[in-house]
Design a protein around this ligand. Structure first.
Ligand code: GTB
Length: 217
C-alpha cells in the first residue's frame, strides 16, 4: 500500500524544505518506501475534507489504507516502527532514539518556533525588539547543551536514527538567524545529515513542487 502525504501547494519558503512534510518525505526516503503527495492550498486545509484528516487544518498528513495520521512526529515514528532504517533493533537503543525524537519536538524546537513567531507574526509589535534577545538566549542555552551532548559524535546515539532526523529538521530552521553557526559541531551535524542521499532525494522532490523541475528531468 503506497502511502499518500499532504504538502503545501504553495509554500512560503518556496521549497527550501522547512515545511514539515519534509520530515515525512525524508523518513520515507530513508526506509525506501515510495509515496504519493497530494498538494493542498491554504484554504483547502481549512475545509472539512482536510480537517477530517487533520483536526488543526495543517500539513503534513499521512494516509495508508484506512489509517490516517497527522503530526509529523507521529508520522515519522509510525514509518520508523514499521520499516527498517530509522530505529535500532535493540530495545533500549530504540527507546533512546525515540527519546531524541521527543527531545527534538518538545525541548529543542519550541524556542526555535518562538523566534519564528516573534520575527514573522509579531515583528510589528512594540515588545518584539525587547523580546528577541531573550528568545535568542533561550535558543543558545539549548544549543549549547545539545552541542555538549553531541560532542565529536556523528549522530546523537550511535547510528543515524529518526531522532537525528527530527533534530536536524528542527535545527535547519535556525540557519538564517546565524545562531547555529555559533556551534560548529551542530553545523557539521546538520551538514552531515543533509549529505545523506535520502535527504537529497526528499529535498529535491519537495523543491520540484515549486520549480516544476523533477530530479530525473
Ligand atoms: N505539530 C505539527 C506537526 O509537526 O506536524 C505542526 C504542523 C504545522 O505547523 N504545519 C504547518 C501548516 O500546515 C506547515 S509546517 N501551516 C498552515 C496553517 O497552520 O494554516 C510549518 C512551516 C510552514 C512554513 C515554513 N516556511 O515556509 O518556512 C516553515 C514551516
Amino acid at each position: 500500500m503506497i502511502p499518500t502525504i499532504t504538502a503545501f501547494e504553495s509554500s512560503p519558503d518556496r521549497g527550501q524544505g522547512l515545511a514539515r512534510d519534509m520530515r515525512v518525505r525524508w523518513a520515507l526516503e530513508e526506509v525506501g518506501l515510495p509515496y504519493q503527495v497530494r498538494l493542498v492550498s491554504f484554504s483547502a486545509m481549512k475545509e472539512p475534507a482536510h480537517r477530517a484528516l487533520h483536526p488543526f487544518g495543517q500539513i503534513p498528513t499521512y494516509e495508508e489504507g484506512d489509517l490516517a495520521l497527522f503530526e509529523s512526529g507521529a508520522i515519522v515514528l509510525h514509518i520508523a516502527q514499521h520499516h527498517a532504517g530509522l530505529l535500532p533493533d535493540d530495545t533500549k537503543a530504540r527507546a533512546r532514539a525515540i527519546t531524541w525524537m521527543f527531545a527534538a519536538l518538545n525541548t529543542v524546537e519550541p524556542p526555535i518556533l518562538d523566534l519564528q513567531t516573534a520575527k514573522f507574526a509579531e515583528g510589528d509589535k512594540p515588545w518584539t525588539a525587547e523580546r528577541l534577545p531573550l528568545i535568542k538566549d533561550r535558543i543558545r542555552h539549548r544549543l549549547g547543551e545539545l552541542s555538549i551532548r553531541l560532542g565529536n559524535a556523528d549522530w546523537l546515539d550511535g547510528a543515524f536514527s529518526a531522532g537525528d532526523l527530527m533534530m536536524v529538521h528542527a535545527l535547519q530552521r535556525l540557519k538564517p538567524s546565524g545562531l547555529l553557526d555559533e556551534y560548529p559541531n551542530l553545523t557539521a551535524y546538520v551538514a552531515r545529515a543533509e549529505a545523506r542521499p535520502a535527504f537529497q532525494r526528499a529535498f529535491a522532490a519537495q523543491l520540484a513542487v515549486f520549480t516544476g523541475r523533477h530530479p530525473a528531468d
